[in-house]
Design a protein around this ligand. Structure first.
Ligand SMILES: Cc1cc2nc3c(=O)[nH]c(=O)nc-3n(C[C@H](O)[C@H](O)[C@H](O)COP(=O)(O)OP(=O)(O)OC[C@H]3O[C@@H](n4cnc5c(N)ncnc54)[C@H](O)[C@@H]3O)c2cc1C
Length: 357
């Protein structure tokens, strides 16, 4: 039986981040990912995610502020450019945007109002009928490059990184845990589960009190700019979110999710009604692109019922899941929290604890 100090199960962005932090601390870590590198069955694939510190809830603004220097630390450690500062725009009613501006201010984040004319002057490819909120430090992370950088650095620092290696079962033993794989069992002091909506199935009731985590699907469409040299901020409206892609397209996703699905039995079909809503929003607010979609995809979210994350320890099992449609921006911070818990340090508690109301 092989042995590690810590086994991390799940090679999405949260598991890769945890393995990176553990390997940097000299911990003997084994990272198990069920699918091949770059797979599209979870939540972390693709090349772009929004980074922003604006939110109506100051709790999330503060976490984004804390995550930002850790993104820069990851870039320095890996030598890869991963977070491109493009500026971020929030579209909403004046009342809702004021809530965001106030929440951001309590976290020390600067925002500025922009009139429709100022928006179009700065980005001729964007339009709004109402004032918008501008956040200069917002931008785009390269999702797959981030996972690749984290897992590569973890490997270079001594981690045993195994793709196409599902964890088949987890047992608590007198001295920690054992994780079954098709190549045999691995023993460790602690296991970290970063397995999103698969977590309840893998645990199979082994952790009583774990908040429920459900999977659902969402939809994203890609658009072709009329002018290949045009630039775009990242943006969020009550209905959709979007950003440019590293290969020069514009990606717009809808916030509407499907009913709960089993993560292994989900549909990859897209819905024409949702597509029409995305195209309708784009036709009004992103005049720089052809409003007929080029391509589209269905994606998977793993969420808790209250939308807060689970970052907690249960005996020798650490669980990090429920990051839904918002977690990527916090990945270097979440990985550090999970690594702290795996090393026996205290966790974030509060809204991330399993015993929350
Ligand atoms: C379409 C979409 C758009 C998003 N946009 C944004 C955004 O703009 N900004 C933002 O901040 N966030 C965004 N998010 C959220 C963010 O991408 C997710 O919160 C994040 O990727 C979740 O990462 P994860 O590692 O928890 O989950 P996953 O990426 O799903 O990783 C879980 C991994 O566990 C593996 N696994 C499961 N079971 C096993 C097993 N038994 N053995 C081994 N491995 C196993 C799976 O194969 C998977 O790779 C978006 C999410 C989606 C889906």
């Amino acid at each position: 039986m092989s042995r590690a100090d810590v086994i991390v199960v799940g090679g999405g962005v949260m598991g890769a981040s945890t393995a990176w932090w553990l390997a940097r601390r000299g911990v003997a870590v084994t990272l198990l990912e069920r699918f091949a590198q770059g797979h599209r069955n979870g939540s972390s694939h693709g090349t772009e995610r929004i980074f922003r510190a604006t939110n109506a809830d100051p709790f999330w603004c503060r976490h984004a502020v804390e995550a930002l220097p850790l993104w820069r630390e990851l870039e320095e450690d890996s030598g890869d450019a991963l977070l491109l500062t493009t500026g971020h725009i929030d579209f909403d009613t004046a009342e809702q945007l004021q809530l965001r501006a106030d929440a951001a201010a309590t976290a020390g984040v600067d925002t500025q109002w922009m009139s429709p004319e100022e928006l179009t002057e700065r980005w001729p490819s964007m339009a709004s009928e109402r004032p918008v909120l501008f956040h200069a430090e917002g931008g785009r992370t390269n999702a797959q490059a981030t996972i690749d950088a984290m897992s590569r650095r973890a490997f270079e620092l001594g981690a045993d990184v195994r793709y196409e290696t599902p964890a088949r079962g987890i047992r608590q033993t007198a001295h920690g845990v054992e994780v079954d794989t098709d190549d045999g069992a691995i023993s460790a002091g602690t296991v970290v589960l970063a397995t999103a909506g698969w977590t309840p199935y893998l645990l199979d009731g082994a952790v009583p009190g774990l908040p429920s985590v459900e999977s659902s699907t969402g939809q994203v469409a890609f658009f072709q700019p009329h002018d290949p040299a045009s630039t775009y901020p990242t943006f969020v409206s009550p209905e959709v979110y979007g950003m440019s892609t590293p290969d020069g397209r514009v990606r717009v996703g809808h916030f509407q999710h499907s009913m709960p699905v089993h993560p292994d039995r989900r549909s990859f079909e897209t819905d024409p009604h949702t597509r029409a809503e995305i195209e309708g929003w784009v036709a009004v607010h992103v005049p720089g692109v052809d409003p007929h979609h080029l391509d589209e995809l269905s994606c998977l979210f793993g969420e808790t019922i209250d939308d807060d994350y689970v970052i907690d320890r249960y005996g020798d099992i650490v669980v990090g899941c429920g990051f839904g449609g918002t977690g990527f921006k916090f990945a270097p911070l979440v990985g550090r929290m999970l690594a702290d818990l795996a090393c026996g340090q205290s966790g974030p508690g509060g809204r991330f604890a399993s015993g929350r109301p």
